[in-house]
Design a protein around this ligand. Structure first.
Ligand code: DAT
Ligand code: MG
Length: 184
């Protein structure tokens, strides 16, 4: 977690007087809390098999989000059923669970300001056919049942999903050296 020790350096950098320094510090405090929002992103088995792991990670890195956790695994059926539990009554649920377990996935936690919502924008629509070019699904896939990537749809589901996929000690808390160049 960032500490109060990091405030003076950013205030000094901006060369502000003491009044505006304190409002700068106040806004830094609220921005800091928002900057720690996390989302769960998973590169699905087709994304892994098609060699898109590096490309997908690159997009999140280059955007300015911070990786807080990553692992490569073939998920169990139980875990995938749980992950997609809200869709259990949908006709595609069994096929979805089977596809997600058909090979290894890359499970990741990414952190940053509005990362849940922005992450969804970066993914594109659920159906690649509706996804704009420039989005991950818009650029790299064709069918809804092979849409290469998962991203949490709300802060609440992100919390649940990160808890399901990661043990607390698998998430790493650190300060990115780029932080003060990404956030004002
Ligand atoms: P998203 O992954 O965009 O959050 P979702 O949570 O509604 O979408 O569905 C989870 C996954 O289930 C989705 O990525 C692909 C699959 N899926 C959704 N709708 C489907 C459909 N109509 N037919 C086949 N698979 C579908
Ligand atoms: Mg979803």
């Amino acid at each position: 977690m960032p500490t109060a020790l990091s405030f003076p350096s950013s205030a000094r950098l901006s060369g502000l007087n003491s009044d505006s320094q304190s409002s700068h510090i106040t806004s830094s405090v609220s921005a800091m809390a928002a900057n720690t929002e996390q989302t769960f992103i998973a590169i699905k088995p087709d994304g892994v098999q098609r060699g898109l792991v590096g490309e997908i990670i690159k997009r999140f890195e280059q955007k300015g989000f911070k990786m807080s956790g990553m692992k490569f695994l073939q998920a169990s059926e139980d875990m995938l059923k749980q992950h997609y539990i809200d869709l259990k009554d949908r006709p595609f649920y069994p096929g979805l669970v089977k596809y997600m377990g058909s090979g290894p996935v890359v499970a990741m936690a990414w952190e940053g300001l509005n990362v849940v919502k922005t992450g969804r924008v970066m993914l594109g629509e659920t159906n690649p056919a509706d996804s704009k070019p420039g989005t991950i699904r818009g650029d790299y896939c064709v069918e809804v049942g092979r849409n290469i990537i998962h991203g949490s749809d709300s802060v609440e589901s992100a919390k649940k999903e990160i808890k399901l996929w990661f043990k607390p000690e698998e998430l790493v808390s650190y300060k990115s050296c780029a932080k003060d160049w990404i956030y004002e």
